[in-house]
Design a protein around this ligand. Sequence first.
Ligand code: HEM
Length: 113
Amino acid sequence: MSYMPARNHAAYWAFAAHRLSGLALAVFLPLHLYVLSMAINQAALNGFLDWAENPLVKLAETGLIMLLAVHLTGGLRLLALEFLPWSEAQKTRIALAFGLALAAGLLFFVLAW
Ligand code: HEM
């Protein structure tokens, strides 16, 4: 019988979200450092900051905050899973992690506009 991963479970989607958000953050980081390096040329940095006022950039930033929040809350859940005594409340903790991440994204969205 062939091996079938159990994808119809909240823990699988928590794992997938953690991996995808981690990879997306790793892609973002060099771009972020590149923009910071523009600070040695004030005109270039100001040009970028003007461009970043675009609403689509603000929307993308909201997505980025959610990715970071998903990875942060999911990562804290995994660390709790590894280092604290076992709890049956894994699904509740997964829901809490996603809920807190969504709240962080919405808060950023409201404050940034
Ligand atoms: C904000 C605080 C963060 C926390 C608490 C955190 C926590 C974790 C934990 C616990 C893991 C291991 C997951 C596992 O055992 O399966 C992990 C994996 C990973 N993290 Fe983070 N992390 C954080 C920030 C970041 C940032 C800023 C990046 C990227 C720049 C990042 C990229 C990754 C990647 C690529 C993985 C591997 C994912 C995988 O193999 O599935 N993390 N993180």
